[in-house]
Ligand binder design. Structure first.
Ligand SMILES: NC(=O)C1=CN([C@@H]2O[C@H](COP(=O)(O)OP(=O)(O)OC[C@H]3O[C@@H](n4cnc5c(N)ncnc54)[C@H](O)[C@@H]3O)[C@@H](O)[C@H]2O)C=CC1
Ligand SMILES: O=C1O[C@H](COP(=O)(O)O)[C@@H](O)[C@H](O)[C@H]1O
Length: 257
């Protein structure tokens, strides 16, 4: 990727993981919602993804997009997800087409499929010996309006891929936490995404050749109910971390060489 890569939501947690891992790997153009506390080392702008003008300015001159900006709260109300997540994502896609962007990577979520976690399947599906897997070919099944907005983002990508030819990768991100997996939270450990695996999967999504993909963005956890096979096949994802290698905050095993 020779052209700059636009990273929206650059001031957030996922943005931090990506920038920490890939700081020097790309020419970044960062979009913040409010002025950053410290002057970034990269080109940046402040704007809102629901503003056509801000989005056009952000998209100017970029060859690829990682779109993270939005309301990330599972309990977010409809008004907010409609404006920040759905309308914002549609404006991003429209501007990406106008700019002739090649690749669009969208931060989807485990919450797009949250209703697969039925009373009958839980908590067993969160455990290492359970074989239940979602693999990205299933239809969305959101458990909240935030999940509806993420499923809608995936469908917007399908439309812009089919009608305008953009390469689109939807990463259904699990639970990103810094340093160690969530503690006393089986579900969170099953969908843990470490900071370095988060940077790596986004790197893969910028480098690989694909048409339209939906993949799960989790580390290679012993506990899992999301398959990472498609991310491996389509993107060359090779995660290094596993929530089973931790006892609380402590790493108790190293990744396999
Ligand atoms: N952190 C996680 O474990 C997961 C995150 N995601 C998704 O990844 C993306 C990033 O999440 P986080 O970094 O955790 O959230 P965050 O809240 O830390 O970062 C989101 C950023 O987007 C910005 N933003 C919000 N609305 C905006 C708008 N209208 N225009 C411009 N910027 C706006 C916020 O100011 C914030 O800096 C979100 O789309 C979220 O839904 C999905 C699954 C799991
Ligand atoms: O999509 C998201 O998912 C993570 C994990 O979900 P949770 O229900 O286990 O909290 C969440 O932390 C994050 O805020 C959200 O954007």
């Amino acid at each position: 990727m020779d052209d700059p890569v636009l990273l929206t939501g650059a001031g957030g947690a996922v943005g931090a993981a990506i920038l920490e891992g890939l700081e020097d790997a790309y020419e970044w153009k960062l979009m913040f919602h409010s002025p950053p506390a410290e002057e970034p080392d990269h080109e940046y702008l402040v704007g809102d993804v629901s503003s056509e003008g801000d989005v056009a300015a952000a998209m100017d001159g970029v060859g690829a997009v990682i779109h993270l900006a939005g309301d990330p709260r599972p309990e977010a109300p409809w008004d907010s997800v409609l404006e920040n997540n759905i309308d914002g994502t549609q404006k991003m896609y429209e501007a990406a087409v106008d700019e002739g962007v090649e690749k669009f990577v969208f931060a989807s979520s485990n919450h797009a499929v949250g209703s697969f976690e039925t009373d009958e399947r839980t908590p067993e599906m969160y455990r290492p010996d359970d074989q239940y897997r979602l693999d990205g070919t299933e239809l969305p099944r959101p458990g909240n309006l935030y999940g509806v907005s993420k499923a809608t983002g995936e469908v917007l990508g399908r439309y812009y891929h089919d009608q305008y030819g953009l390469s689109v990768c939807n990463i259904r991100i699990g639970n990103l936490t810094r340093g160690h997996p969530p503690i006393d939270y089986e579900r969170g450990q099953a969908m843990w995404l470490s900071y370095r695996d988060c940077a790596h999967i986004h790197d893969c999504a910028l480098q690989a050749d694909y048409e339209y993909e939906i993949v799960y963005g989790i580390s290679d956890n012993d506990r899992k109910y999301y398959s990472i096979e498609r991310a491996k096949e389509a993107l060359g994802y090779d995660p290094q971390d596993n929530s089973a290698h931790f006892d609380g905050e402590e790493r108790v095993a190293e990744p396999e060489p």
